[in-house]
Design a binder for this molecule. Sequence first.
Ligand SMILES: C[S@@+](CC[C@H](N)C(=O)[O-])C[C@H]1O[C@@H](n2cnc3c(N)ncnc32)[C@H](O)[C@@H]1O
Length: 403
Amino acid sequence: MPDTAALALLRTPEGAAATARAAALLDGGADVLAGVARLRGEVGPELAGPAWELARLRARARPVFGADADRLFLTADTLEQAGRPELATRRAARLLADGTDSAADLGCAAGTDTVALARAGARVLAVDRDPLARELTAANAAALGVHDDVWVVAGDVVELVAAARGGEVAGCRAAVLDPARRAGGRRLLDPDRWSPPWSTVTTLLDRVPRAVVKVAPGLDHERVPEGVEAEWVSVRGSIVEALLWGRGVAETWRRATVVRDGVVHELTAEADPGPADTGPVRGWLHEPDPAVIRSGLVSPVAAGLGATLVDPTIAYLTSGDRAATPWVTSYRVDEVLPFNLKRLRALLRTRGVGRVVVKKRGSAIEPETLARQLRGAGTGTATVVVTRVAGAPTALVCAINPG
Ligand SMILES: C[S@@+](CC[C@H](N)C(=O)[O-])C[C@H]1O[C@@H](n2cnc3c(N)ncnc32)[C@H](O)[C@@H]1O
């Protein structure tokens, strides 16, 4: 991982040339030992290691950061902490939608949010207590051409937020706070142990109305302060972030944002809609997107589909029709039987099923193991959903998106 001295070297023209050379060696399939040895001979020992590491991180960042990746300065840690740039852009646009033109990025790491805020038209104060993070943010603002609008400063976010007054923090009318939620490579489940901690999150939301805080997707709804909007965002069926929007930006109680095939779909509720009704399994099973489940919006989706839950404690819906909505994935239910390995295997044999995908909810089975146990010689495929139906362990033999 480059330190500030290595980063300074990488920012020189010689550093840029060494990184480009490392990228070419990587693209050519060189492994680390051969690549670094070759690079040492060509650019010297001081630059070879950092240039190789940066080229490797840029290659890893490319699928998410696109063309920007080849100009970014990164460390393994800051790349892991960085959110998706398209979501940072979306956040910045919403935060600044009222024309606010100054924003603080409270804990900037490598500057993903700083750059997004500056590109959205704000003058940005980027704060971090880590000197390498500050250097990375300054380097990235310069590399991406927004340095005229970015000021990078050392500071303690806890103190800055405690001193916030008049709707501003550090002289800015808007703020992004993205607490570090990992330590020593492990997730910190207790928000009081985040850095900055939960008390700083709530103080910011109380004092600065135009604020957005990135939180853990597993955050307990009980923690969301009154009047604050909580949003869960999924991309291709996985939750990628959860956000708390301050009272000056909040528009609703909860929001589920589902990004599918590059299209953004948003579902909102003004107040807690309560649980959906439960009913017997019908011809179709619908698996709600995790953003819908986490945001507590299963029941409006059920109402829209004329669907019911298969069990009051399980987020699977059922109805008589396939659903054409981004909020769920639909499976045609071909068989419903009490969960029993022998019976299930026999049934799949008679149906000529060879390959099985297992999904589960509310069951202790291990999907990979069961899929192996159910595999057969047939040419057909099936999705087996193991769950509880009205309290009873049940297997549903389904077809996903049948033609
Ligand atoms: C999760 S990262 C931010 C990631 C960034 N938003 C991005 O998308 O790339 C959190 C950052 O907050 C900084 N930080 C944590 N506690 C801090 C504190 N009390 N004062 C200042 N910076 C802090 C860490 O050094 C780290 O760089």
